[in-house]
Design a protein around this ligand. Structure first.
Ligand code: GLV
Ligand code: MN
Ligand code: MN
Length: 412
């Protein structure tokens, strides 16, 4: 949609305004809405109420994914077009990563109805739990469970920072852990999945366009690095007598940057580091850090992780510490479905195709159902941060683009 075209107002901005105070983080800034937290559950209640206002009934499937169907002709739930996103956030995240896709799905549904679209296929609206993996460590946990990309026993064993298992947290949220796992029946009902998402980099700023069609998602993964040393007294332990895992962790952080720099195109990050016991006057006994590595070529990602592991092992040996590197989740590079992507490009004249470095449920579903994405311009180019932003007019443009794309799929 060109910048100059008159954009109809959609419900998107006012829907987001209604949740602007939910889950604000007074310490980090922005929003902290981990899965099954009171903030995320409040968002779910808001979403259910918005579905209800639209005469739609929600059901939560056995993996915690919330579904609602617009199916005015009562057709069998087959070959459905599905759109949606997530409501959980990273710690101190922005207002749009996830909720923009959820609000835009509602806004697009309103537009389809206003336009009198007569759907030849059911339209599903979906909200996926734990997309960020910010509580249990594995991103896109709901879609991974649904597709079998993670087994139920593996998922149920995951723990949060307080040691609460995913099984217990899910049970407290009213789910039945015993019923979780791959859902071929539901997957088999989806003919196309389109996720709208805030753009998380500078792609659309550089292209000077409000919306884009997703082309690919960079392969990415997370590894937990544990360094074990000897907890001891900061004042009485001579340097020569120390086995300090923090010293090793510091070298790992530098190795991550050095190794990424040596392999062009790599993005590698340590954004989380946890010393145990974590006292100012205490040499840590253990430090855990989490490594996030991304590259379009999955072999390069593996090479970078192997290189970091080798450098970390050298640093650990020099300090008399033990090292463990365990993958938590690894996702290959995904190219979105060519036919579906082409259809979206045709329905959004002028929209560029854009690769993204961020992971999405659409990337997980892409291995099973034709999947595609629509990105909406973020004028700051910053995401996973309170600075993430979308102008109201672009939120409207995004919802209109989504409605245009869905209309084509529902009637074409
Ligand atoms: C999710 O936003 C990710 O890319 O980590
Ligand atoms: Mn995110
Ligand atoms: Mn997201």
């Amino acid at each position: 949609m060109p910048e100059t075209a008159t954009v109809p107002r959609t419900a998107t901005a006012s829907l987001l305004a209604a949740i602007a105070d939910t889950g604000r983080d007074p310490i980090r800034g922005g929003y902290t809405r981990p899965v099954f937290s009171s903030a995320e559950r409040d968002l779910v209640q808001w979403y259910l109420a918005e579905l209800d206002r639209r005469g739609l009934t929600a059901t939560t499937d056995r993996n915690g994914i919330i579904w609602a169907w617009w199916n005015p002709h009562g057709r069998p739930l087959l070959d459905a077009v599905v759109t949606g996103s997530h409501l959980d956030s990273v710690p101190g995240g922005g207002a749009f990563d996830g909720p923009l896709g959820v609000a835009s799905a509602l806004g697009a549904l309103d537009l389809l109805r206003e336009r009198g679209i007569d759907p030849a296929r059911p339209l599903g609206l979906a909200v996926f739990p734990e997309e960020e993996g910010s509580r249990f460590g594995v991103a896109c946990l709901g879609s991974r469970l649904m597709t079998g990309a993670i087994s139920a026993p593996q998922a149920l064993r995951l723990t949060d920072a307080d040691g609460v298992t995913f099984a217990d947290a899910a049970r407290r949220a009213g789910l039945d852990p015993a019923a979780m796992g791959r859902d071929d029946d539901l997957l088999g009902r989806i003919g196309a999945f389109v996720e709208l998402h805030v753009e998380q980099g500078r792609g659309l700023i550089d292209l000077d366009f409000p919306v884009a069609v997703g082309a690919s998602i960079l392969g990415h993964g997370r590894w937990r690095v544990t360094v074990r040393g000897q907890g001891n007294h900061a004042g009485t332990t001579l340097l020569a007598d120390r086995h300090d895992p923090m010293l090793v962790a510091a070298q790992v952080v530098v190795a991550v940057r050095d190794s990424a720099a040596a392999h062009p195109g790599t993005r590698a990050t340590v954004g989380r580091l946890q010393p145990t016991p974590g006292g100012t006057n205490v040499i840590a006994s253990r430090v855990e850090l989490w490594l996030d590595v991304r590259h379009p070529d999955d072999d390069v990602t593996a090479t970078v992780v192997a290189d970091i592991t080798r450098r970390a092992a050298v640093a650990a040996a020099a300090e008399g510490c033990e090292l463990q590197v365990v993958p938590e989740s690894v996702s290959p590079t995904v190219s979105f479905h060519a036919g579906l992507t082409d259809r979206l490009v045709r329905s959004l004249p002028g929209a560029p195709r854009l690769d993204t470095g961020a992971g999405h449920d659409a990337g997980v579903l892409a291995a099973h159902v034709p999947s595609a994405m629509v990105f909406v311009r973020n004028p700051t180019g910053v995401s996973h941060s309170p600075e993430e932003h979308v102008e109201d007019a672009d939120a409207d443009r995004g919802a209109v683009a989504l409605a245009d794309a869905l209309a084509g799929l529902l009637t074409g």
